[in-house]
Design a protein around this ligand. Structure first.
Ligand code: CUA
Length: 317
């Protein structure tokens, strides 16, 4: 089924979408019909019973039992219908099928990383097989804030909290690329906390995931640095193309003079870069806020050196 969406809803690309959309349109049309009916009756009565003469007096109106019963019973049925329907959809969304393919997802300020069962990793990109239930076990990085996982085309949304797991599942029923959003305001970079969900046929997915496992020991320092840069979510705040984000761009940073908030000017040499990874509040540059960037002192020596080498490799001409 190919559904290109409507004015109200984006295209539907998962198995639960039909149920959610059906409920949405039921509530929408019921509301629209009731709204038009109420407004039409109001206008009609206002006209019909308008005062024509200053001496007009209203007649006594007897209650109508039938009318009173109907305006209690009909809305009650409507509300119970919506409740039952919504509760069923809620149960469906909350219960992943036992054969679901599991992927671990981590949210951080400001990005997403995913780890597949064989250890392959992706950043700001989630690859999944089509026509198979996929369960994402989500959590927010320790010490980070609440984010929310939202793929509009799949009609799934799940809050992501630090220090606990939450899960979301879906079965994508068409291949292609869909947008992943953070839908919980989480800070300056919230609007940039987006990613792609790539849905591929099962055999293509298997091929990708088998080839995506990385051998970190065999990488050059700059390559390992790039991996660490993505894995630790650095690109959420630091661009590598010269554009300014929450933090300064990494392009051409190495060797540049930095005007610090304490009035000093230092050169961004290897020691400075290293210092700012390990202790980011120590030499904050004018124009940026201290305390947004967490310390990465938990990285091992090779990883920190790799990051420094990677930043050095981003020098512009
Ligand atoms: Cu993360 Cu908004």
């Amino acid at each position: 089924m190919n559904d290109s969406g409507s004015f109200w809803l984006p295209e539907a690309a998962s198995t639960v979408a039909a149920e959610i959309d059906g409920l949405f349109y039921f509530v929408y049309w019921a509301s629209a019909i009731i709204f038009v009916g109420v407004v039409a009756a109001m206008v009609y009565f206002a006209y019909k019973y308008r005062r024509r003469d200053p001496n007009d007096r209203p007649e006594l109106v007897e209650e109508s039992r039938l009318l009173e019963i109907s305006w209690i019973v009909i809305p009650t049925i409507l509300v119970l219908l919506v409740f039952t329907w919504g509760f069923q959809a809620y149960i469906t969304l909350g219960t992943a099928p036992p054969n679901a393919y599991e992927i671990q997802g981590e949210a951080y300020s400001y990005g997403w990383s995913f780890v597949y069962p064989n250890g392959a990793e992706t950043t700001d990109e989630l690859n999944v097989p089509a026509d198979r239930p996929v369960k994402i076990n989500l959590s927010s990085r320790e010490g980070d804030v609440i984010h929310s996982f939202f793929v509009p085309q799949f009609r799934v949304k799940q809050d992501v909290l630090p220090n606990r797991y939450s899960a979301v599942w879906f079965e994508a029923n068409q291949t292609g690329t869909f947008e992943l959003f953070c839908t919980e305001y989480c800070g300056t970079g919230h609007s940039a906390m987006i990613g792609d969900v790539n849905v591929m046929p099962q055999d293509e997915f298997d091929e990708w995931v088998d080839g995506a496992v990385l051998d970190e020991d065999a990488m050059s320092l700059a390559e390992l640095g790039e991996l660490q840069f993505q894995r630790n979510g650095c690109q959420g705040c630091h661009s590598i193309d010269g554009s300014d984000g929450v933090g300064p761009t990494m392009q051409g940073l190495h060797g540049r003079d930095r005007d610090l908030q304490d009035g000093r000017t230092v050169e961004a040499d290897e020691n400075y870069l290293r210092q700012m990874i390990v202790e980011p509040t120590s030499q904050v540059v004018e124009g940026y806020r201290a305390g947004i960037m967490p310390s990465f002192a938990h990285l091992d020596e090779r990883q920190v050196t790799a990051l420094v080498e990677y930043i050095k490799s981003l020098d512009d001409e």
